[in-house]
Design a protein around this ligand. Structure first.
Ligand SMILES: Nc1ncnc2c1ncn2[C@@H]1O[C@H](COP(=O)(O)OP(=O)(O)OP(=O)(O)O)[C@@H](O)[C@H]1O
Ligand SMILES: [Zn+2]
Length: 605
């Protein structure tokens, strides 16, 4: 292996590699490449964690996996394949989530470097905190299509993964989704919400029924709707879609009639909506176009063929039945999770999105196109993964040499820029944000909420979802009074009490900590009567300190530096650079991190 060939690396690096232990988190597109590079470079001790099993769709770019491995643990197969290149490496594979109690701070402390090859923000945030707590350098990687990035996160020296706020996820106004869709994506989001309402985790923000509070309808909806013929069938009564469906035993015809007939008639009765728009056309189960049309000759892949409306209804029928069966086979209270790779789930969304699109005169799409839009799929490019993994291992070598200053973030651009660069390095390390609510010496954040309404249960959700904690404990600052305990049963009896009821008021500060993450943050409560239950107030306007030119970097280069922004549709949380010649060289890059999970956040309008 390279590190053992005399003269390739200097003695210091050869020794550092020989004594190193590296953790790779994620054995997907980038993780497999990193593992292969580490093994071929001669790194002797590696651990790899991945929670997933191998899917056939991974085989086109995850070259440690082959057809016979489908269904097997990614971590284990990655280990076995990598050992075939170099059987002398000590690799430990964990088929597990990195967000597990088994991987605490002391686990992380045994590594010289952690390398992230993940695909979601929650896991990235978690590893970021573990590495800060353990004071282990973290090399964070990501790709989106042909673009990619590698950045080093080192406590006290660089920004952490959470130093800059992430741009919000792509949102669509709730009334567009529920009342006035105009693009295929609106129907696809609606169909995914419908899946959750019927079979998944019910979320009140994902209501799919007509929105009578739509300001555009200006209150005239209710009266005319109630008097209209189509709403006498019980559908104006706004009961939960799940309750209604269960009462009909998920009868596909009845569901179809409600969703694509009665609800559409209800929408039509909101006349203001259709003054400047083409009104939708309600459908009837027994009278759908396309039944007698022979399938047109189609030469592409089956998934690329566009279904007739009749076929959509057939698929709706079959997928509803299959999903209901799946739901019924699970323990009481369990639910399905939408997955683009689950046949019935994908069929259901394709059929519902297309039926709704037809109703609203929106072009209908093939299953292939809908899958790509519903799953926010940016094609994963094997070469981009390989380049990023190569850069990551070069950075790992620099860290082991002690040359942290040269480990500036590097961006892989989809095309060469006007300076002929495909790889664009930052000129300097970007220092930590002193106001970061994760890596600041005394992390602090505001929580704006209505103290009269927010319950302790909601507070737990705010800490889990807003602060990305796994098991928060909270006490009142200065009093030591325990407000929330992660120990089951300790504070559960207060779950439904509001913050006001337990004596918390405006300006009160809580000390909130997560034992697993070794993370504590001071949370100031701020009374606010907003419609949103809670929101975090971060000090994001604080200007970043000027970065000092790093040794060995081209910090004195008078050429303008890159400004960065994130690809809003990226699932891999990637920063894409736009070159901006007007930026001064020393100005710190403005960063916006965004990440699309497959679920869009829908804002109420
Ligand atoms: N909490 C976690 N713990 C361990 N591994 C994780 C965790 N979250 C995600 N991963 C793993 O990170 C890897 C990311 O790889 P990649 O981005 O190539 O995604 P993929 O799931 O392999 O591909 P695709 O999403 O395109 O189907 C995946 O193998 C995934 O299982
Ligand atoms: Zn930070």
């Amino acid at each position: 292996m390279v590190a053992r060939v005399a003269g390739v690396f200097d003695e210091k690096l050869t020794e550092a590699i020989a004594n190193s232990k590296i953790l790779v988190v994620g054995a997907g597109g980038i993780g497999c490449e990193i593992l292969k590079n580490l093994v071929l470079t001669g790194f002797p001790n590696i651990e790899i964690i991945d929670l997933d099993t191998i899917d056939v769709s991974n085989l086109n770019r995850q070259f440690l996996f082959h057809k016979e491995h489908v269904g097997k643990s990614k971590a284990q197969v990655a280990k076995d394949s990598a050992l075939s290149f170099n059987p002398n490496v000590n690799i430990v594979a964990h088929h597990d989530s990195v967000i597990s109690n088994d991987y605490g701070v002391s686990y992380f402390k045994q590594f010289q470097i952690v390398m992230n090859a993940l695909d979601n923000r929650v896991a990235r945030n978690h590893v970021n905190r573990m590495c800060l707590a353990a004071n282990v350098p973290l090399i964070e990687t990501g790709t989106a299509g042909y673009a990619g990035q590698v950045e080093l996160i080192k406590k006290g020296l660089t920004q952490c993964y959470e130093c800059q706020p992430k741009a919000p996820q792509k949102t669509y106004p709730g009334c567009t989704i529920r009342n006035t869709p105009s693009e295929p994506i609106h129907c696809i989001v609606w169909a995914k919400h419908l899946f959750n309402q019927l079979f998944g985790e019910e979320d009140p923000d994902q209501d799919v029924s007509p929105d009578t509070a739509d300001p555009e309808a200006a209150g005239e909806a209710g009266a005319s709707a109630l008097s209209s013929e189509g709403t006498t069938s019980g559908n104006v009564e706004r009961k939960s879609t799940r309750t209604w469906a269960a009462e009909t035993n998920y009868d596909p015809e009845k569901l179809f009639t409600k969703l694509f007939g009665d609800d559409i008639r209800y929408l039509l009765s909101m006349e203001n909506l259709w003054k400047k728009r083409r009104p939708p056309t309600p459908l009837t189960w027994n009278n759908l176009p396309g039944k007698d049309n022979p399938q047109e000759q189609h030469t592409g892949l089956p998934d690329q063929r566009i279904w007739s409306l009749y076929e959509c209804a057939q698929v709706f029928n079959a997928s509803c039945t299959a999903l209901q069966k799946d739901l019924k086979s699970r323990p009481e209270g369990d639910h399905l999770v939408w997955d683009k790779d689950e046949k019935s789930a994908m069929d259901f969304v394709t059929a519902c999105a297309n039926i709704r699109a037809h109703i609203f005169n929106i072009p209908i799409k093939s299953r292939f196109e809908i899958k790509s839009m519903a799953g926010n799929i940016i094609p994963a490019i094997a070469t981009a993964n390989a380049i990023v993994a190569g850069l990551a291992v070069l950075r790992a070598q620099a860290v082991l040499r002690g040359d942290i200053a040269s480990c500036t973030s590097v961006y892989l651009r989809p095309k060469v820029n006007h300076r002929g660069q495909l790889f664009v390095p930052e000129k300097t390390l970007t220092p930590p944000n002193p106001k970061c609510y994760v890596c600041a010496p005394k992390p602090e954040v505001g929580l704006a909420c209505n103290l009269k309404q927010l319950t302790l249960k909601d507070l737990t959700t705010a800490f889990k979802e807003g602060l990305n904690m796994q098991a928060p404990d909270a006490t009142v600052e200065g009093k030591g009074l325990v407000v929330l305990s992660s120990e089951p049963g300790e504070t559960d009896h207060n779950n439904d009490k509001t913050l006001e009821e337990i004596g918390l008021n405006d300006g009160c500060a809580l000390l909130v900590d997560d034992f697993l993450q070794n993370y504590e943050v001071r949370v100031r409560l701020q009374q606010e009567d907003e419609e949103k239950l809670w929101r975090l107030v971060t000090d994001t306007d604080t200007p970043m300190p000027e970065p000092k030119p790093a040794n060995g970097s081209n910090g004195s280069d008078p050429k303008p530096g890159p400004s960065t922004s994130r690809d809003n549709d990226s699932d891999s949380d990637l920063e894409i650079i736009d070159e901006d010649d007007d930026e001064p060289a020393v100005k710190p890059p403005k960063r916006r991190r965004t990440e699309m999970n497959s679920d869009e956040v829908v804002e109420l309008c």
